[in-house]
Write a protein that binds this ligand. Sequence first.
Ligand code: ZN
Length: 231
Amino acid sequence: MNHGAPAIALVLVLLASTTLDAAAQPSQPPGQAPATQPTQPPVLCPVTGKPIDRLCVARFRGKWVYFAAADAQKKFEADPYEYADGVQAQWLADKPLRVQVKCPVTGDLPNPEIYVGQGEDAVFFASDEARQKWQADRAPFEKRLEADCYTFQTQCVTCGGAIAPAASRQADDRTVYFCCDGCAAEFPKNKNEYLKQADAQVRANKTAWLTRLLEQKLGAPATKDADAKPR
Ligand SMILES: [Zn+2]
């Protein structure tokens, strides 16, 4: 991977902070492989129908699409609309664990068309100027990105749809996200219940995200089934 030792240290620190929360949750039954998202269908390649490799990624209609391998990605890029059904299925199955809601340079809402990097490594910016500042020297902004620019609450607490960074409300000490202003308007009617849902999402997604990141950095394919042989 491309981030190296500082990233691993950061993951360990964050993971330590979330395992305190996780300690209150029921633990994994012994002898069972840990699943990052146990309640969700598998995220499959729209070209081959096989499990995805998140390093094989393309941009399509303002979102990322992941593939099983580089040749599947090339096939897709040659004729993306041929695989539209598979793409839709992947997007439905692939609930993000975190969403970037602020530009790391300006602190404003990120523009989905202004970014660097790909897939889960992509970083979005509020403006071209902000992107240029990051590209010239990203060091001053990296810490802010990780600490302050993502939410682990990725689904609207009112309807379950994908959150929109612009549709948020402040509540107590935190920001709660919704898919649209209509859903945000529902928030005061059942505030405590929605807050509880938001907190549960944050806890589950943060733990899953950090676990996955750690597996990637350490190169340990913990979710791989021992029986699963290619072909
Ligand atoms: Zn909603």
